[in-house]
Design a protein around this ligand. Structure first.
Ligand code: DON
Length: 602
């Protein structure tokens, strides 16, 4: 395995030592940049300690993270604060009812630590109901779609391990926005329209997100008092409020009412897990990302290794047919491995070293080179359904002035997850159960298929594509912090953005602006971002044997990259996010003291 023949509260809450003062920050909102001045100027507070940078999918989350950094919080404090704000301002993307992954580097350390706070299948999950109900989307909509949420436990664990601030402090900005109301942005408004049919099936969801049955419109306030109350309980009682208190009771009751099987014991038993990171090299850079149960790190590292081996002749010039075909083949092979071999490492042995190793990359590169960029698997007839959206799920990237780095991707899976909201608590529950595989003939919402490695089992974590990544240069200095939403297109997006940063020396915003392609082996279709490629290019790819599909822009990547000794922060122009950097004068306490008690996998 693998072979080419096949694979088809503690809380050392330290006092904040110094508060003043941020000087300038550049803010990028939905692709527009501006520079602002903040805080008292020229107050003799001394030289800035250093530079910090943030990119998230929402300007309010970016501003909240920046405020934490300005006040002397570190990257973990800022990331957790931003994640909680995202749960309020992007209720369709991530939140307390979901899960995620963190990739973190403590300042001054070469070690990268990765936390898995992915959801788990409930113990009483009913396989027969899932299989027979697959066509009725029982893993996407309603109670059976809900897996045990991990975000609350994950964020708490991150603060305990790395943070310098308390959970109540991290919760407060989110709670305030939930109570005061968030002015609905264009993207959220579009999601509300698209998901009206789902939301109206669940009264607790309709009561919050619809107004007399109509989707709340852009520019109107979304007030979430119930969610504000949940956040307040989280602040006062800690994660217990969520996993073993009144919120848990209400969640279990509502999931049962909507046909699911989540239990109080499932919630009590939930634990985030520290996992072994997945690492690789690309053009002298060290790339570190999330290991199983995400496929992200394995696929990214393999794609980079193959890409590096292909050589200029096979790759052609950026934008050429050769280049696009080589990219597509690199993606296709990685996804073929995903289908075959990847799943929750607590349930199956995942051959990470082989899949990301040199011999495997050599073999794939040789296969692609031999075909000279021609599709190496015969094309199958085009299917019909385009991939669903690509902007739910949320990534955030943070670098603080001391050198701590946080790359975090959060999800409730599809837009507004299962559609089920916990009555009285405003928490939208995930539909992460759809990330399991029910076999080769039962593609999930993203068209993904899989095998036994990713089959549904009680307590198992569904395979993810989330690819939060940290990249270091040859001397070990930070080079980039990045990640994205997009379902399986997360991996291909991160791959293409990172290649653009590393190979073409592009800035963060330039790399994000490049057109994207995606291939995931099954269905056998080469997806091109519509309006971004010429008809000639599309026709030449068809001539090479590809079944080409033009699709609406996807993903919402958030990127920090070092250029000229300084951070550049970029937010995907396809989204409405915000990227900012700041000179920080506050002294940042070191990251927390180290391991706390959690389960680890070998
Ligand atoms: O974990 C995963 O791979 C998915 N639940 C992510 C979903 C996603 O990115 C949706 N965005 N389009």
């Amino acid at each position: 395995m693998p072979n080419r023949a096949r694979l088809g509260s503690r809380s050392r809450r330290m006092a904040i030592l110094a508060i003043p003062v941020t000087i300038t920050f550049a803010l990028t909102l939905g692709g527009l940049s501006c520079t602002s001045r903040r805080g008292p100027q020229g107050n003799g507070a001394g030289e800035p300690v250093g530079e910090a940078a943030v990119a998230t999918a929402n300007p309010e989350a970016t501003a909240a993270a920046l405020a934490v950094l300005e006040a002397g919080g570190n990257a973990a404090d800022a990331a957790v604060t931003a994640a909680l704000v995202l749960s309020v301002v992007q209720p369709h993307s991530s939140g307390l009812g979901g899960g995620g992954f963190l990739v973190y580097r403590r300042a001054g350390s070469a070690e990268v630590e990765t936390l898995d706070f992915r959801e788990t299948a409930p113990a009483a999950i009913d396989l027969a109901a899932i299989t027979t109900g697959h066509d009725a989307k029982v893993l996407q909509d309603g109670g059976l779609a809900v897996a045990v949420p991990g975000e609350v436990a994950g964020l708490d664990e991150i603060l305990r391990r790395f943070g310098t601030r308390s959970l109540p402090a991290a919760v407060e900005p989110a709670r305030r926005i939930a109570e005061r109301g968030y002015t609905i942005d264009a993207r959220l408004a579009e999601r509300l329209v698209a998901r009206k049919g789902l939301l109206e099936r669940f009264p607790a969801s309709a009561a919050i997100f619809l107004d007399g049955g109509a989707p709340r419109g852009v520019g109107t306030p979304l007030v979430q008092r119930d969610l504000a109350r949940s956040l307040a309980q989280l602040a006062s009682d800690g994660p217990r409020a969520f996993y073993d208190g009144p919120i848990a009771a209400a969640m279990v009751e509502e999931v049962a009412r909507q046909g699911g099987v989540l239990s109080r014991d499932d919630l009590r038993g939930y634990r985030p897990k520290w996992r072994t990171p997945v690492e690789g090299r690309y053009q002298g850079l060290r790339v570190v990302s999330m290991g199983p149960p995400s496929s992200g790190g394995v696929l990214l590292v393999q794609m980079l290794a193959v890409w590096e081996r292909l050589g200029a002749d096979a790759k052609g010039a950026p934008g050429s047919t050769e280049h696009l075909a080589a990219l597509a083949e690199t993606m296709r092979h990685a996804f073929a491995d995903r289908i075959q071999a990847l799943g929750d490492p607590d349930f199956v042995t995942v051959p990470v070293a082989e899949l990301t190793g040199a011999a495997h990359a050599d073999a794939i590169a040789a296969e692609i080179r031999a075909a000279l960029g021609v599709a190496t698997v015969p094309p199958t007839p085009a299917g019909t359904a385009p991939l669903t959206g690509g902007d739910h799920t949320s990534h955030l990237s943070v670098a603080d002035a001391a050198g701590n780095l946080a790359s975090m991707t959060l999800s409730i899976n599809t837009s507004f997850g299962s559609g089920v909201t916990v009555p009285g608590y405003g928490i939208v529950l995930n539909d992460e159960m759809d990330d399991f595989s029910l076999g080769r003939d039962a593609p999930n919402v993203y068209g993904l298929v899989g095998g036994a490695a990713n089959s549904v089992q009680p307590g198992k974590r569904p395979l993810s594509s989330m690819t939060p990544a940290l990249v270091f240069d040859a001397s070990g200095e930070p080079f980039a912090v990045l990640g994205s939403p997009g379902g399986p297109r997360i991996v291909s997006t991160v791959f293409q953005v990172l290649v653009a940063l590393a190979d073409q020396g592009l800035g963060a915003q330039e790399a994000l602006a490049l057109p994207r392609i995606h291939h995931q082996a099954v269905p056998d279709r080469l997806r091109l971002e519509s309006g971004r490629f010429s008809e000639e290019i599309a026709a030449s790819l068809v001539k090479r044997g590809y079944t080409v599909a033009l699709e609406e822009p996807w993903s919402d990547a958030q990127v920090l990259v070092r250029r000229g000794g300084s951070w550049q922060a970029g937010s995907d122009p396809r989204g409405v996010g915000g990227a900012a950097k700041a000179r920080i004068r506050a002294t940042i306490p070191p990251s927390g003291p180290g391991p706390t008690v959690v389960e680890t996998t070998p």
